[in-house]
Ligand binder design. Structure first.
Ligand code: CO
Length: 470
């Protein structure tokens, strides 16, 4: 059986407004667009990106209209794209061997890569492609072409930024954090009010050795940074020949993993608590509640024992079939604010890319959706039932097909839905044997409703969002 190496093969084809054949029935209420982002090309001539995360940004969109699905894909013509295609250079990115100049330039001079290949959001009324530098791209929602980098209506200096913004369901503001390196290193929590491109500084904390952090958690009153002990000493950036961005980080498990809890209204760091070391890319949902007379924050996330989830993803290893997908444990951390110890429990094993209904963000919830990596020769999608009220917790529903590698499951609630699972799950999957991708539409119980084959194989990507029309 063809393996997952097909998901790391370069894509070069681009199509525009292609009507996809649909098998089954896409619900007619689905009236909007799914946008997805991810790296899709690692080789240009003799030049090759070293790390999966360094491939050229590639956007896809699927427009749903009365049961039909229309597909467009595009490599935005960024500076990074031009440098790769014209100069054969993949410099200045997540992990590269290009060394000293590109690294110092990219991190400290604010001239970082514009290869925005991680996520998408709607900021200031525009579709934006996000990455972990401040160079986010304004994207034409029809053609997926870049309209240049986003201009921030503020004066903040940021070096390493989360690409996982959290949208506050009450105000519509996007929340995030960045790291600013310098003589004094700080994590800065910020919010972008709806309709603006203005990052407002909410709170900050100084750190001696900044960590590599990928996402965070938001509750109604608090924001939680999860700081694994994958840390750097920024002076190391100035040492010649020290490698790419992530190569400058060391795993120091004795430090443990620290939760930094900020109040959202005052920006005050109200509690920090350290637990035995784990690494994480992705938080799922988070919420807060009163327990035994104190406020307890609940943060669900995918945890790994160590940093190999980052270091095992070199293109050489992935293309050679020597390495697998990272596969973590969905955990629930309980963080009491009164100083009691943090505790955790396992909700599911061998999962990644956790998502949930946007309608339950920051609230106690019932269902998380995730990719499951436990099967050989394919990736399943699973629904993890997380409610503490329910009798059945853990993996409750599953969709899988041999030879099919599913992508991140994006849940779209039914506009007039009642139950939390009333909606559809959209996932861009790779049919490894047929060497082409499939957009799969499942219901909230992970029963397949429809699939739409693409004219080509889209390599494994990262994240996306669905935006309803109007
Ligand atoms: Co991510």
């Amino acid at each position: 059986m063809a393996g997952y190496e097909a998901g790391f093969r370069d894509l070069t084809a681009e199509v525009r407004d292609r009507d996809l054949p649909v098998e089954g029935t896409v619900p007619a209420w689905l009236d909007g667009s799914l946008y997805r982002n991810g790296p899709a090309r690692w080789t240009v001539g003799d030049a090759e990106a070293d790390h999966w995360f360094d491939g050229l940004a590639h956007l896809t969109t699927f427009r749903f209209d009365d049961g039909a699905v229309r597909y467009t894909n595009r490599f935005p013509r960024t500076e990074a794209y031009r440098a790769a295609v014209e100069d054969g250079s993949f410099a200045g990115q997540f992990s590269s061997t290009d060394g000293y100049l590109s690294r110092v330039k990219s991190l400290l001079d604010g001239d970082a890569t514009d290869n925005a290949n991680v996520h998408v959001a709607r900021i200031g009324g525009e579709l934006v492609a996000l990455t972990e530098t401040p160079n986010w791209l304004r994207i034409d929602p029809e053609t997926l072409e870049s309209k240049g980098t986003l201009d921030y209506a503020d004066e903040l200096t940021a070096h390493h930024v989360t690409a996982h913004l959290r949208r506050d369901p009450e105000s519509g503001a996007h929340w995030g954090y960045f790291t600013k390196f310098g003589r004094r290193n700080v994590y800065v929590l910020f919010r972008i009010p709806e309709g603006t491109t203005r990052r407002e500084r909410v709170g900050s904390v100084r750190v001696e050795k900044p960590a590599y952090m990928h996402s965070f958690a938001l509750t109604p009153e608090h924001a939680v940074l999860v700081e694994p002990p994958l840390v750097t000493r920024p002076a190391k950036f100035l040492l010649p020949g020290a490698g790419g961005f992530i190569d400058n980080y060391d795993w120091e498990p004795d430090r443990g993993t620290r939760f930094l809890i900020f109040r959202r209204d005052s920006g005050e760091l109200v509690r920090e608590t350290t637990v035995p070391a784990f690494f994480t890319f992705h938080t799922a949902n988070a919420f807060e509640r009163e327990r035994d007379g104190t406020t307890e924050l609940v943060v669900d996330l995918v945890a790994y024992d160590d940093d190999s989830a980052v270091t095992d993803l070199s293109m050489g290893a992935l293309r050679g079939g020597n390495s697998g997908f990272p596969s973590g444990e969905l955990r629930r951390y309980r963080l009491p604010l009164d100083g009691e110890e943090a505790t955790h429990e396992q909700l599911a094993d061998e999962v990644e890319m956790p998502r949930f209904s946007p309608e339950v963000h920051t609230r106690e919830y019932e269902h998380a959706f995730a990719q499951s990596t436990e099967m050989d020769g394919g990736n399943a999608l699973v629904r993890v039932d997380v409610s503490e009220e329910g009798s059945e917790r853990g993996i409750a529903r599953r969709w899988e097909e041999p030879g099919v590698y599913s992508g991140e499951p994006i849940f779209v609630p039914h506009p007039d839905g009642g139950a939390e699972a009333d909606g559809v799950v959209l996932s861009l999957c790779l049919d490894a044997e047929a060497e082409r991708s499939l957009l799969v539409v499942l219901d909230g119980d992970l029963t397949e409703l429809a699939r739409a084959p693409l004219p080509h194989a889209v390599p494994f990507g990262f994240h996306g969002e669905y935006f309803p029309d109007g």
